[in-house]
Design a protein around this ligand. Structure first.
Ligand SMILES: Nc1ncnc2c1ncn2[C@@H]1O[C@H](COP(=O)(O)OP(=O)(O)O)[C@@H](O)[C@H]1O
Ligand SMILES: [Mg+2]
Length: 252
């Protein structure tokens, strides 16, 4: 489905070269909830931007369904960022329909689709409101609905709940599991939260910094929906902590 092959990326800022990623290899399966976890600055966003075709890697290649990604492919991949990035002058419904509008989908169809997506994220009844009238958690639900509306093959999420309070974050995590179970989307999810990774993922790629690389990929074999306090989730959490702590020792 998605393959990242020997991806290395360096940024050059003036005279200084930062090696953001070194030799990253990943394979994400169809309908998989795949998480990338690692400390701040280890290259998670860079990797997601490379997968999205927004940055060309210094070396290596990315393939989606066998096709090399060399530029953004709207419709194929949709992105959800930490900030919801909604258009303030558009209603909730028109924000969700935005991607479809860009793709030239006719009005009746895009409104129908946008309404379905709002229902999926639990925002039916909020269609006519404006983003500023919603809480941060609700705005992020709108941005998830907007991403899903174009029916992408892959949903890319870069710390989507990172700006929310812990309770909202947990609640949205549980919602995202439900959405994933209903839509069976392939999701590549970036976080630095151990709990979030353990709660949501089928597999978790653990990254470390300087240079950013994947040090392990964990498989989480627990039924869904998961209880954050269950022994399986706790076990994955502590395994992640061990890996990240030891990696930090090496580079600290
Ligand atoms: N546009 C850029 N120009 C130069 N350096 C960058 C740029 N974007 C990121 N970096 C550097 O690359 C490294 C990885 O950054 P990033 O991918 O944002 O990490 P993360 O998302 O894991 O926090 C960091 O050292 C960061 O400072
Ligand atoms: Mg980042």
């Amino acid at each position: 489905m998605l393959r990242v092959e020997n991806v290395t990326h360096r940024y050059q800022v003036g005279e200084v070269v930062v090696e953001a990623l070194r030799d990253v290899n990943l394979e994400v399966r169809k309908s998989e909830f795949f998480t990338i976890i690692g400390p701040s600055g280890c290259g998670k966003s860079t990797l997601l931007n490379i997968i999205a075709g927004l940055i060309r890697p210094t070396a290596g290649r990315v393939f989606v369904n066998g096709t090399e990604v060399t530029r953004p492919l709207p419709g194929m991949m949709a992105y959800v960022f930490q900030q919801p990035l909604l258009l303030p002058w558009r209603t909730v419904l028109d924000n969700v329909a935005f991607g479809l509008e860009m793709m030239g989908v006719e009005k009746r169809e895009r409104i129908k689709r946008a309404k379905e997506m709002l229902q999926l994220v639990g925002l039916q009844g909020f269609e006519k409101m404006y983003p500023s009238e919603l809480s941060g958690g609700m705005q992020q639900r709108v941005s998830i609905a907007r991403a899903l509306a174009v029916n992408p093959s892959i949903l890319l999420m870069d710390e989507p709940f990172g700006a929310l309070d812990e309770q909202t974050r947990l609640q949205l995590g549980i919602e995202l599991t439900k959405i994933w179970m209903l839509t069976k989307k392939t999701i590549v999810f970036v976080t630095h939260s151990l709990s979030e990774a353990a709660l949501l993922s089928d597999r978790i790629a653990v990254m470390c910094a300087r240079p950013g690389r994947v040090i392990d990929v964990l498989e989480v074999d627990a039924d869904r929906p998961r209880d954050p306090e269950s022994p399986e989730v706790q076990r994955v959490r502590s395994r992640l902590w061990d890996l990240l702590r030891n990696a930090a020792k090496v580079t600290a």
